[in-house]
Design a protein around this ligand. Structure first.
Ligand code: ADP
Ligand code: MG
Length: 194
């Protein structure tokens, strides 16, 4: 069953051995040079699966990876609602802050950490969409994960998010300092995504 078609991937669900899986398949982009398009899709697919597996093993809530194809990831299907479509609840913001801190603590940055890439199921927060994520301890990249949330949440929700992040992050001082610098120079606007 088709679930959706995003900018770079088709999302559908498929029953396999009595279990409904979520399939994310990166389709060809016509505006890219074909050879480059193949390698970008192949790389993002492997990267996403690798990062999600690492997070799952670390006990951070992400869908479990079931199988991997060249451009296709088969993963656990979560029942829930996107955070962007659910009521702004303080507990959700707190969980997101803790989750981002835990990711950063094990050396992973998300790259697109917004309420559109968070699923709330039974009150518990799960992160998805790791195609642009990576292994990095760079404060700039960590601060950009924070900034995306800051620009998506209400003031109160962001305050809760930042409080939880600060409580659980090992490097919160450096990250928040960098976040303030980025906001001052406004450089995030020039960050481009391929
Ligand atoms: N594991 C999952 N369980 C349930 N729904 C999912 C899952 N992964 C993705 N989705 C749904 O598919 C949509 C697109 O997936 P996402 O990984 O964010 O791809 P895109 O790069 O297109 O944004 C999500 O917004 C969500 O609604
Ligand atoms: Mg997404």
């Amino acid at each position: 069953m088709m679930i959706g078609e995003g900018a770079e991937a088709r999302i559908y669900s498929e029953w396999v051995f009595g279990k409904e899986l979520l399939v994310k398949e990166r389709h060809a982009k016509k505006y890219r040079i074909p050879q480059l398009d193949l390698s970008i899709r192949r790389w993002r697919t492997r990267n996403e699966a690798r990062i999600m597996s690492a997070l799952y093993e670390a006990g951070i809530r992400v869908p479990r990876i079931i199988a991997l194809g060249e451009f296709t990831i088969y993963m656990e299907k979560l029942e829930g609602r996107l955070m962007k479509d659910s009521k702004p609840v303080r507990g959700t913001a707190l969980q997101c802050g803790r989750m981002l801190a835990q990711m950063h603590n094990i050396g992973i940055v998300h790259g697109d950490f917004t309420p559109a890439n968070i699923i709330v199921c039974n009150g518990s927060v799960h992160a998805i969409d790791f195609g642009l994520s990576g292994f990095s301890k760079d404060s700039e990249e960590r601060a950009l994960d924070m900034l995306l949330m800051k620009r998506s949440l209400t003031r109160d929700m962001y305050a809760a998010f930042e409080m939880a992040y600060s409580k659980f992050s090992k490097d919160q001082k450096e990250v928040l300092k960098r976040l303030a610098e980025i906001e001052l120079r406004g450089r995030y606007q020039s960050r481009t995504i391929a």
